[in-house]
Design a protein around this ligand. Structure first.
Ligand code: EPZ
Length: 422
């Protein structure tokens, strides 16, 4: 297994070009199941989660013309799908695999998908996905850890989500594109990834209105056709590098970054004292002396994104004053806390609330990654810790960050990857 070793104390400076959005790319490439035509995608990030999704699509019978490792270009054709089962060995490694349920059901009338089970950050049920599909007329059975779904033809329905679940909104939006009549999804997730998926479905001939708002209306059509799409930049990777620039009191231009996708985060980052300016080429972030503490509460979009909570906690850990960070989306998304405390942070937990007492500095230590965003927060902490930090089990990191050590090194970080096998 690989580790990443960081010698703290460097300042991040320069310009960085980040990758395509992981959380948009996964549902978007899965939507290729909705048509027999070729779909072409650009700027697909070369990530473990993308490779896992391609393995699943290939197992279902989707033809993969180009591989993402060849510069982010990908062509998929689902004209020979022969399998409707998403097996446990793939779904357990990546929850987003569950998003094949809606498209398979809509296109082929049946699907057998393993339930994803829990993960490091929480139980993460799929009840909202299943409730919505039943509203569309699917007959759902659960046995041996699998969801068995059948539907002659899905029929449009009015669906109210108890919680604006990103995945449930994506699954139901895709299923509804081929249902008979109109589907209304109320209390829908509003994340930019939803808007991007809706844009791709529209390019495929679907009739989707209201994405990005609380009510999405989809008028079903008989079939969808192929299209070409360039993925947008990854807003969570962008926020991660913005924290790195503020944390190290550096000055970094993040090319092609969109402030409008990160408004709540940028408000909070500015409250810590960082300077954030939109420029023609992207977003510029500069540190500004000692970091000030600020309180954060994660919420569904447009609130503060849970995927940037761990990164923000590192900033709070070395700030002046005390910050309270409340995690409202997942029930166990503080796995980074004990590792940060081993580096000298002073963070105490009380349920979904973390109290972070700022310290003058952190000290490097061997730490262990547990989930994707916790992993990158440990790398960020290593950038400012005194001495050497070794982050082990970075396969968690590789799920959502492409060559993070290379990008940070080009900005001046003293960072390298080592293989610890044998
Ligand atoms: C997506 O996960 C993202 N993943 C997550 O990013 C992100 O943290 C999350 O949305 C919230 O923004 C992808 O897009 C691939 P949810 P998803 O359904 O769809 C509960 C990362 O680090 N819930 O909005 O799984 C659930 O348990 C990952 O890139 C139900 O109760 O998130 C959770 O507490 C981590 N029943 C909350 O809703 C359901 O049927 C949010 O889940 C579905 C969800």
């Amino acid at each position: 297994m690989d580790s990443i070793i960081i010698e703290g104390g460097t300042v991040l400076e320069g310009t960085v070009v980040l990758g395509g959005s992981k959380n948009a790319a996964l549902p978007v490439i899965i939507s290729s199941l909705l048509t027999a035509d070729e779909c072409s995608y650009g700027r697909v990030p070369a990530l473990r989660d993308v490779s896992t999704t391609l393995r699943l699509l290939s197992r279902l019978g989707v033809t993969i013309e180009k591989d993402v490792l060849a510069g982010g270009r990908l062509e998929l054709t689902a004209d020979k799908v022969r399998e409707i089962e998403a097996p446990y060995d793939l779904v357990k490694t990546m929850r987003a695999s569950f998003l094949v349920l809606g498209p398979l059901l809509a296109r082929f009338g049946e699907a057998r998908v393993s339930t994803p089970g829990g993960c490091a950050i929480g139980s993460r049920p799929v009840d909202l996905h299943l409730h919505g599909l039943e509203r569309l007329g699917a007959r759902i059975r659960q046995d041996h850890g699998y969801i068995d779904a059948r539907a002659g033809e899905l029929k449009g329905a009015d669906i109210l989500l108890d919680f604006p679940s990103v995945g449930a909104t994506e699954n139901l939006m895709m299923a509804a594109t081929l249902a008979l009549g109109e589907t209304v999804i109320r209390n829908a997730a509003r994340e930019p990834e939803i808007t991007e998926l809706a844009g791709v479905l529209t390019k495929m001939g679907a009739r989707v209105n209201g994405a990005g708002g609380e009510v999405i209306r989809i008028e079903g059509v008989r079939e969808l056709h192929g299209m070409s799409h360039e993925m947008s930049s990854d807003r969570i990777e962008t926020g991660t590098f913005m924290v790195g620039a503020a944390l190290t009191r550096g000055n970094v231009l993040i090319e092609d970054a969109r402030a409008e996708d990160l408004e709540a985060f940028i408000v909070k980052l500015r409250e810590t004292g960082a300077r954030v300016e939109a420029e023609p080429g992207g977003l510029r972030v500069a540190g500004n002396g000692r970091v000030r503490g600020t309180d954060v509460a994660t919420l569904p979009y447009p609130g503060f994104p849970t995927d940037l909570q761990a990164q923000m906690m590192v900033l709070s850990a070395v700030s002046e004053g005390t910050s309270v960070i409340t995690e409202n989306i997942f029930e166990n998304r503080f796995m980074h806390v004990q590792e940060l405390n081993r580096m000298g942070a002073r963070i105490s937990l009380d349920g979904n609330r973390a109290t972070v007492r700022g310290v003058a500095g952190l000290s490097g230590a061997p730490v262990m990654a547990t989930d994707l965003r916790a992993s990158v927060s440990l790398v960020l902490a290593g950038l400012v810790a005194k001495g050497v930090t070794e982050v082990s089990r970075v396969y968690h990191l590789d799920r959502g960050y492409e060559n993070v050590e290379g990008k940070l090194a080009r900005l001046g970080a003293d960072i390298r990857r080592v293989n610890r096998d044998g």
